[in-house]
Design a protein around this ligand. Sequence first.
Ligand SMILES: *Cc1c(COP(=O)(O)O)cnc(C)c1O
Length: 236
Amino acid sequence: MTPDTADLAARLAAVRRRIAEAATAADRAPGEVRLLLATKTQDARAVRAAIGAGATLIGENRVQELVTKGPELTDLSPTVHLIGHLQSNKVNAALPWVTCVQSIDTLAIAGRLSRRVTALDTELEVMVQVNVSGEDSKHGVDPVDAAGLATAVAALPGLRLTGFMTIGAPADRGAAVRDGFRRLREVRDAVTGSGEPGTQGAHELSMGMSGDLESAVAEGSTMVRVGSAVFGARPR
Ligand SMILES: *Cc1c(COP(=O)(O)O)cnc(C)c1O
């Protein structure tokens, strides 16, 4: 069932309120934190309704969903980021639909993207995904290797390193959630302060989801990725 635009607008407003309150509590300006709407499993009609309700920044997890929904959204020109794992054989299919790939976790995939965008004479924003929680099931580079990977990625032609992304630890791990977000901020600060070519602008911290955005904003998030708080729980 396609969610109602008025409903979506109310839920988006509620999420924006949560962001604003968390920012204010952390002595930050609410405008420092952007809202990316995570649209995995939602069909193009639902995404259109959400854009109609005011969403401008969209995150997709799967290349297949990018390719099927992309053509149905072009007239609305949303900004779309890839926030899920990217396999090297899907690079060519993904590129026409995204301005940023947030899920870079190996130099191999970054190199592949670099070669492709260079051949197309375009540019691509990228973020390095860091696994701050140590959960095996999650993609992302180990925090100790994150600065090295980011520096290498930043040096590749055609790619612009804009920051770092992480998926927080599960809520039942308590303080580990916020510790992980702090860890990502420390990685970001080390890289942007390193003086290495291409790293200076890598200020984005894409962290915080429906269940943990307050902790993420408290630790410096510049972009929260929210799905279920807007669309409702996903079927499992
Ligand atoms: C699904 C997803 C989100 C949004 O999660 P919610 O809990 O639904 O807000 C954010 N980031 C990534 C990478 C996701 O896969």
